[in-house]
Ligand binder design. Structure first.
Ligand code: ZN
Length: 241
């Protein structure tokens, strides 16, 4: 599977157990000799997603002996402060619902910035100098902390503030969801696409009972709609090839 030259520097992948971060993890396993993962626990909405992490890591190990050899420790950091800010910021009669960007009204601005700071702190301890995240400015223009400029600014801030030489890698930054499915196929063939499809979770509502062609989810929330649309577009290009 390996095509790109393998870097000796170790990588820490922000890994939520969703489609994007799973694809990023496979991408990192192709490139770096040592890869560790970090996840953030901040409330029950994401409990299903978090529960996907270990089975997905196991699935990636089974796909390739090289990946099995490179995949190292997993770190789960308590980021409950995010949920507490989200709740505190709501007035007592405000409902928790999706806003026009597909974010719950409890969403805390700058969440991904905080994740990068926490990941940087763990990476220093683990002597890892590459941080890999699934930030993408193509599908979610409403997430200002996922924009390329924000991530580049964080790279400067982390390197100054932690006296490091981190490189922040965002392999999905310019990809749409269809291209993300395609990237999974390029990295690990149909078996990786299948692992992403059935092993990862993206649904905002945490629905994990119904298996659709594109995976598990409610099928109606913005995350499910985006994932389904991307999968359909990816399938259409496969037929055309
Ligand atoms: Zn959903």
């Amino acid at each position: 599977m390996t095509e790109a030259p393998v870097a000796e520097r170790g990588a820490l992948v922000l890994f939520s157990g969703g489609q994007d971060s799973t694809t990023c993890l496979a991408w990192a396993l192709e490139r770096y000799r040592r890869v560790e993962t970090i996840g953030f626990d901040y409330g029950q909405r994401h409990a299903v997603e978090l529960a996907c992490r270990e089975p997905v890591r196991r699935g990636l190990r089974e796909l390739s002996p090289v990946w099995d050899d490179r995949l190292g420790d997993d770190h789960v950091v308590d980021a409950g402060v995010i949920a507490s800010i989200g709740r505190t910021a709501l007035t007592s009669d405000a409902a928790i619902e999706m806003d026009e960007r597909g974010l719950p009204t409890t969403f805390v601005p700058g969440r991904n910035l905080l994740f990068l700071v926490l990941a940087g702190a763990v990476a220093v301890r683990r002597k890892l100098t590459i941080l890999v995240g699934g930030m993408c400015e193509t599908d979610f223009s409403g997430y200002p902390d996922c924009r390329d400029d924000s991530v580049k600014a964080m790279q400067v801030a982390l390197n100054l503030g932690m006296d490091q030489r981190f490189a922040l890698e965002t392999p999905l930054m310019r990809l749409d969801k269809s291209a993300t499915w395609r990237l999974a196929e390029t990295l690990g063939g149909a078996r990786l696409v299948d692992l992403v499809r059935t092993g990862t979770h993206t649904c905002y509502l945490g629905e994990h009972r119904s298996l659709h062609p594109w995976g598990y989810g409610c099928g109606n929330c913005p995350a499910c709609v985006l994932r389904a649309r991307g999968y359909d577009a990816y399938q259409a290009t496969r037929v055309a090839r």
